[in-house]
Ligand binder design. Structure first.
Ligand code: SAM
Length: 290
């Protein structure tokens, strides 16, 4: 790859690359979870283990797949793509339940650890990985998975990358397959959080200081929420940029039962769902192929 072809660095990549570097230098899997596990599920503690970490993923996989209407039996013949797998917190459970799993992430070191995590707690023979080197495209053939899933990841990408990954998810999902994608939209606190996040991402660019800041929990949590996307914005992008021969049907926007959400796009069902963060929403849809 020449320098011109090299993917453009985005500050949104910083917290993941910093944590990824630490996963390379840390020794055991338990140590990795103690040092970087909070980047994924916000849990900290000097006695955390990889097993504890994976257990939180097992619980969330069971809960979400049940809420989206997938029984363990219905997953047994499905190939699932997980966009933003990290070090495999949820990936292990997906390999236990699905026929095959593709774990995709912007950080290559996470994918290596993901392989290790699934080797210990899942079924590694069912796992393939896909490095999202440019943060926006999937190096996967068209129509190769049955379900494209993404949790607490698309909010951390630059807005255009999150939108591109949405249509990429459509491209790689076969006709009759399902999208289950999680996004973050605006809440009141964003009036303060968004400008602080922008300021923090600028600070990460400052030589020496930036690198040190990017590995601290408080700085990462301020700077990593890189975009807010409403259902209408995502659906307008899908309408304009759907991959050739593909469209969405049975579109449902699932939001926190504690909030009301208005969606203007026609033909979309808006449904409250239990235990969804107030700022989050999920897109579930069937991919139809002509
Ligand atoms: C908060 S973690 C969530 C990981 C996993 N979904 C979980 O729940 O444990 C966000 C993940 O998204 C990945 N990520 C961030 N930007 C990305 C992008 N543009 N493309 C692919 N993965 C990305 C990060 O490297 C990180 O592993």
């Amino acid at each position: 790859m020449t320098q011109d072809q090299a993917p453009k660095w985005r500050t949104q990549f910083t917290p993941w690359k910093s944590a990824g570097n630490r996963t390379e230098t840390s020794g055991t899997a338990d140590q990795v979870v103690r040092e970087t596990g909070w980047v994924f599920n916000n849990e900290t503690g000097s006695d955390l283990t990889l097993a504890d970490f994976v257990r939180t993923g097992d619980q969330e996989v069971s809960r979400y797949m049940h809420q989206f209407g997938f029984s363990p039996e219905s997953l047994a013949n499905k190939t699932l793509l997980e966009i933003g797998s990290g070090i495999g917190r949820m990936t292990s459970a997906f390999t236990q339940q699905c026929f095959a799993v593709v774990a995709a992430d912007v950080d290559a070191a996470f994918l290596e650890r993901c392989h290790e995590t699934v080797g210990k707690h899942g079924q590694v023979a069912k796992l393939r990985t896909c490095h999202v080197a440019d943060g926006s495209t999937l190096q996967l053939p068209d129509s190769c998975v049955d379900i494209a899933f993404s949790y607490i990841t698309l909010q951390h990408c630059q807005k255009n990358d999150a939108l591109s990954l949405t249509t990429e998810a459509m491209r790689v999902t076969r006709g009759g397959g399902t999208l289950l994608l999680n996004y973050r939209t605006w809440v009141r606190a964003d009036a303060l959080l968004v400008p602080l996040g922008i300021a923090m991402r600028r600070l990460w660019r400052v030589p020496v200081v930036g690198k040190r800041l990017a590995v601290t929990r408080w700085s990462t949590r301020l700077g990593w929420q890189a975009n807010r996307l409403s259902p209408d914005q995502v659906l307008a992008h899908v309408a304009a940029h759907a991959p050739a021969g593909k469209r969405l049907a049975n579109v449902v926007v699932h939001h926190s039962a504690k909030t009301t959400r208005t969606v203007h796009t026609r033909g979309v069902e808006v449904r409250p769902m239990k235990r969804v963060n107030k700022s989050h929403w999920w897109l579930s849809a069937t991919v139809e192929a002509e």
